[in-house]
Design a protein around this ligand. Structure first.
Ligand code: ZN
Length: 324
């Protein structure tokens, strides 16, 4: 193989197109890395530099490296495969130049904000709100519920809706959950009471793209951002520590670099539940690498605790009870 052929294929074979033909790729070039086990999307394909890099396992290289590794084939085989993919053939017919198509992703679906507003008006008649008022009083609870657009759903008697509203004020969807009004714990028996507004409404071809719960609160400030897992914890912490913006990610899996783009340039503190520290620390390290102008750190307040699943909300409530 001549170096001119190599140069030609590297110019013609768009890494975004090649990778996208093999694995799902987001519009911003992120993918679940095929070279190590993960769910978070640590692989970034850079169309400008024509390289890929995984911030989870360190795999990196150009388009040929990717194909070699992905298909477990030799350099020459990968070269031929890519030439074929690009319809470059034997380089004689340069008229059939490969023209990359723009990477397409389904548009994000939204829910009409009127629905959220109607549902928000009944924010004080669900089990979660009852529990919140019991601990923080009517006024503080009502303010927090309004700040986070919390609503009530008829899906189960007493169910709450945690709406996800992005920085553009678009309603991505609402998570419907049922809490015990006494303990404030989620009802998981006889089944886990969790659903989504778009599913309950049976919206056809709805393309849910989750954002952070509380993301709309990022607008108009440069405050420090604290990220917890559960919506309940974000709301409770916002009452006790109002100087920061409190967001909920839903789970660690949701904490991807793509979703974190709205946090660009900020200082971020992550609050893992007890038992999840190593995974969150690894994620913070990864996010610091892919987002060099944003700083992620893990709060250590609960690192000495051993009770699995104990979180910042439990800590705050225990503290309140202690001083009662
Ligand atoms: Zn990897």
């Amino acid at each position: 193989m001549q170096s001119s052929q190599l140069k030609y294929i590297k110019e013609k074979a768009d890494i975004l197109q090649v990778v996208k033909s093999l694995i799902p790729l987001t519009a911003k070039g992120y993918a679940q890395c095929p070279f190590h086990t993960e769910k978070s999307g640590s692989l970034k394909v850079d169309g400008k530099k024509q390289i890929f890099k995984c911030f989870g396992c360190g795999a990196s290289g150009d388009v040929i490296d990717f194909v070699m590794r992905y298909k477990n084939i030799t350099y020459k085989e990968a070269f031929n495969w890519i030439a074929d993919f690009c319809r470059i053939g034997d380089f004689k017919d340069q008229a059939k130049d490969f023209v990359p198509e723009p990477v397409k992703e389904l548009p994000v679906s939204y829910i009409k904000s009127e629905l959220m507003i109607a549902c928000r008006e009944k924010s004080n008649i669900n089990n979660f709100s009852t529990w919140l008022r019991k601990h923080f009083g009517d006024r503080k609870a009502a303010m927090a519920l309004a700040t986070y657009n919390v609503g009530t759903s008829k899906h189960w008697p007493g169910a709450v809706v945690f709406w996800q509203v992005d920085t553009e004020s678009n309603v991505r969807s609402g998570k419907i959950m049922l809490y015990d009004p006494e303990t404030g714990k989620r009802v998981k028996e006889p089944y886990n009471h969790i659903n989504w507004v778009h599913k309950v409404l049976d919206l056809v071809n709805f393309n849910l793209k989750q954002c952070f719960f509380g993301e709309h609160l990022l607008n108009g400030n440069k405050k420090r951002v604290c990220i917890v897992e559960s919506e309940k914890t974000a709301i409770v912490a916002s009452i006790v520590y109002p100087d920061q913006v409190w967001l909920a990610s839903g789970s660690l899996v949701n904490l991807t670099a793509e979703r974190c783009e709205v946090l660009k340039g900020r200082e971020i503190i992550l609050f893992p539940d007890v038992g999840a520290f190593p995974a969150w620390e690894e994620k913070a390290e990864y996010l610091n690498q892919v987002m060099p102008d944003t700083h992620f750190a893990v709060d250590k307040t609960l690192s000495g605790y051993t009770q699995k699943g104990y979180d910042l909300c439990d800590y705050i409530i225990d503290d309140l009870n202690h001083f009662k």
